[in-house]
Each structure stands twice: as C-alpha cells, then as structure tokens.
Design a binder for this molecule. Structure first.
Ligand code: ACO
Length: 451
C-alpha cells in the first residue's frame, strides 16, 4: 500500500503511464513462445548481444515497445501501487505477498537493517578516501564475515577455523572448504530454506550505503528506525532527518523501478559468479563492481557531471555538436535493449519536474537535460534508437533531494540487489556454470625461440 498523502505523485505516475501506453500501443507485443528446448538457436553479436542463457519468470524487458515487467506486473503499475518491500518480495518469490507474508518479510528486513559489527569493521577502513562503490563492495564482504551460511550453521558442521590476515581484502575469511562449501550453498537454495542471506543483503546494503554517505560527510552512522519503511529508513539513515511523505514516496518509486532489468551486465556478473557455486556475498560483490561502470549504473553520476559542464558552457546545442564531432557517447542515452523510451525515464522525467520545482539550480539543470534530450532524440532517436534511459533523470531527482552525486550509483545498487539476489536464487535451482566461447584470432604452432 502506498502512502495516501502523496496523491500528487500518484497522479504524475498515472499520467506518465497513460502517455507511455498511448505512444507505444502500435508497437508489437513480444513473441512469448514459452519454454523452448535446448539448444536454442539465436543470433549472437559481440558482448553476447542476442545470446540466451537461461529461463526466467522474474522479469521481462520489451525493448521495442518500452515495457518493463516484474513477475507479470507492468513497472508503471508497481510504481503507482506498490512499495519496494512488496516489489522485492515479488521478485524473489514470483508473486505478490499476502498481508501476513509482507509483515513477516518486513520483520526480516527490520532485523537485518542492524549491522553494527559490519559498520564497526567498515569504519576501520578509510571510507572517506575510498569511492562509495568501493566501500559498498567492501562492506558486502564484511557482511559475509558476520553472517554467512557456513558460519551461521556452524553447530551442524565440523568446527570451521577462521584466519586473520592483514593482506586479504576479506578480514577473518573462513577457511575455504571447497566442494563441501559449494554443495552446502546450493542445498540451501534448493531447499528454499535459507533465504536469510538474501534478506541480509537487501536490508544491509541500504544501511551500508547510508552509513558510507554519512562517514564521507564526517558524520557517524545512524541506527535504523523500526517504524520506518525501507525507503524512509534509507533516507533517514543517510541524512539524519525523517523524510517527508513525498521524499519517502519518491525514493520508494526509485527503488522499485531500479530493482530488476533482465540480464543486464551487473545481474549477469552476479549470476556468473554464483554459477561457480561461489558465495552469494561474492556474487553480489561482482554485481556491485559491474554496476559501477559508466556504461552501466555509473552513468547516473556521469549525467550530472555532464549537465554541470553544459551549464558552464551555457549552450546546449553547441555542446552537443562538439560532443557528436568527437563521437562522444551522451551519458544517460541509449540502451542495449530499449530502442525507444525507457519506461523508467518516462517515470523519472516528470518526477524530476516535481522535485526540482523549488530550486532554481535544479530547474536550470533540468531545463538543460530536456534541451539535450530534444537534440539527441531529434538526431539519433529514430535513426539509431537512442532515447533517454533510466539514468538520464535519476541524478536530477536525487540531487534535488539533497543527495551527494557520488552516492547515486550506490543507491542504484541498494535497489538492484533485489533483482540480483532473486535471479541468482532462480538460476541456482537448475545451475549450470557459465562458459561462453571466444573466436580465436591469434596464431598457432609458433616456434619458441630461446633468448
Ligand atoms: N550517445 C551517442 N551515441 C550512442 C549512444 C549515446 N549514449 N549510445 C549508443 N550510441 C550509438 C553508438 O555510437 C553506435 O553508433 P554507430 O552504429 O554509428 O557505431 C550505436 O549507437 C550503437 O551503440 P553501441 O555502443 O554499440 O550500443 P550498445 O548496445 O553496445 O551499448 C550502452 C548500450 C552501453 C547503454 C550505450 O548506449 C551507451 O554507452 N550509453 C551511454 C551510457 C549510459 O547511459 N549507460 C547507462 C545504460 S542504462 C543502465 O545500464 C542502467
């Protein structure tokens, strides 16, 4: 249930959904032929474009129509009606929770929002001098130390020794137990018993990100408030202020629409690591690493830096012309799958209008963004299928909410961890190690000459 005191935002979303439906009605719906037998024929481009690696019922991206679906629900409907907690449940379990199930899920999130040991350990590192995504990745490793399947169930198993090392990036790493470890992790997933790590990661990563933001600003981390929602807690733990209903709703919407997106690079990275039967904390750590890049989640920060540069120059058309002449990619534009408007950009653009309305600086950046969008769509829209993606407007929304630019990508991770963990869990049920091939363009049988 969404907050009733944010009706104006609901209206904005309904209008955006209506516009999207009207504008994309003529586009073909995807051909959903059901499960095909392996091997499946596909045309594959570089970067695995077009490759198919598994079945999923978690979500679907229709790139020509611009429709994003989670567990059968259109993302517009989820943004209008749902909450991050409910959406995360939908991704993990494949159906919306009953009231009782949602209460139980919330309880787990409340419990796992407390990660005092991890935060203590994290603060022994120079977080203020480390990139926030680097700290988040480290924090996830530290979370593993505090609670991993092996350590939790230690009574059932033989005594597991821990090693202390100064050099390893993972302090107090458990001694590798090889095959035994791997089988154990998978048994957990198969039995559906042990979802605790998933709850721990979803909840703990929000606490970690909020703490990283505070530490970087010279403040101490704040204890979560059990009365607040996931989105409200996240903002509260980051800023130290309980958010307004509208701020909470906007963060909630943002977390909902970033939560899953097909076999994107970071999801794939998480799944590749999980497919080796590695630990889910390592797997999510690779998702964070992949998300960091400017061609993926890192684009939301780059968009803001780009808009600030354009503001300094003062002329959007001139800046764009120069950028095109230098063959620069415009950050926040284009997508491997969408060849039309990304539905998430359709949601965030009017939300940006709503949050920027009281700040002349934010309004100025938003005006530049809209002019740039017009230029790009005019020149590359139809021609190359380049339209705004999710990252184009998210930065302006976060900036207007007083969030530091270098926290934008970690916020993306706070949401996407729901999709990462859901897809890893789904994949592990019928796991097969990922192993694509490359076309060798080198030589053979070269003679080795002694120097
Ligand atoms: N600006 C200008 N031209 C672009 C852009 C862009 N943002 N994106 C793609 N193009 C052009 C390319 O130059 C290329 O043109 P060409 O055919 O003349 O060589 C053509 O469109 C295809 O581009 P590719 O890079 O091959 O497309 P790909 O599917 O590999 O990349 C990607 C998709 C990485 C998102 C790309 O569009 C891009 O770099 N965008 C900017 C970064 C960005 O916003 N990333 C966030 C994506 S959303 C997300 O990950 C959450």
């Amino acid at each position: 249930m969404v907050r009733k005191d944010t009706r104006e935002i609901t209206k904005i979303l309904k209008k955006a959904a209506e516009k999207a439906r009207k504008e994309t009605a003529h586009e073909p719906s995807p051909h959903l032929g059901g499960k095909e037998d392996w091997p499946i024929e596909a045309t594959i481009g570089p970067g695995l474009e077009g490759a198919i690696s598994c079945y999923t019922s978690i979500g679907h991206v229709n790139g020509s129509k611009g429709v994003l679906t989670y567990g059968g629900y259109n993302v517009f409907d989820l943004a209008i009606n749902s909450t991050f907690e409910e959406t995360a449940y939908l991704l993990i379990f494949g159906k919306l929770p009953t009231e009782k199930q949602l209460t139980a899920f919330n309880k787990k999130l409340v419990t796992y929002r407390h990660i005092p040991k991890t935060l203590r350990l994290l603060q022994s590192f120079p977080v203020e001098d480390t990139s926030p995504m680097g700290s988040l990745r480290l924090g996830v490793n530290l979370m593993r130390r505090v609670l991993s399947n092996i350590e939790k169930d230690v009574k059932k198993r033989e005594k597991i020794k821990t090693v202390n090392t100064d050099e390893d990036s993972i302090p107090d790493e458990t001694t590798p137990v090889g095959h035994e470890h791997a089988v154990y992790e998978v048994e957990d997933v198969k039995d559906n018993e042990n979802l605790e790590d998933i709850y721990h990661l979803i909840s703990g990563m929000a606490t970690l990100t909020a703490a990283i933001s505070r530490i970087r600003n010279g403040n101490l981390p704040i204890e979560p408030d059990p009365e607040l929602s996931h989105a409200a807690n996240f903002l509260y733990m980051m800023t130290g202020k309980r958010p307004s209903a509208e701020e909470e709703r906007i963060m909630d919407i943002s977390l909902i629409i970033h939560a899953d997106h097909g076999m994107n690079a970071s999801t794939f990275a998480s799944m590749v690591v999980a497919s080796t039967l590695s630990d889910i904390y390592f797997s999510i750590g690779s998702g964070i690493a992949a998300l960091n890049g400017p061609l993926h989640g890192g684009a939301n920060e780059q968009v803001l830096y780009m808009l600030e540069k354009i503001a300094k120059k003062g002329n959007v058309a001139e800046w764009y012309e120069e950028a095109r002449a230098q063959k620069k990619k415009i950050m926040g534009m284009g997508h491997r799958v969408y060849k039309t408007y990304d539905p998430r950009a359709r949601i965030l653009a009017p939300i940006a209008d709503f949050v920027a309305k009281n700040s002349p600086e934010d309004k100025k950046l938003l005006k530049i963004a809209k002019q740039l969008e017009e230029e790009v769509v005019k020149t590359l829209g139809k021609k190359k299928g380049i339209f705004p993606n999710v990252d184009f407007y998210s930065g302006i929304v976060y900036r207007a909410m007083g969030i530091d630019t270098d926290m934008f990508t970690p916020i993306f991770a706070v949401s996407r961890v729901a999709g990462w963990t859901a897809r890893v869990r789904e994949y592990l049920k019928t796991n097969r190690i990922f192993r694509p091939r490359a076309i060798y363009t080198g030589e053979f049988e070269k003679e080795y000459k002694q120097k």
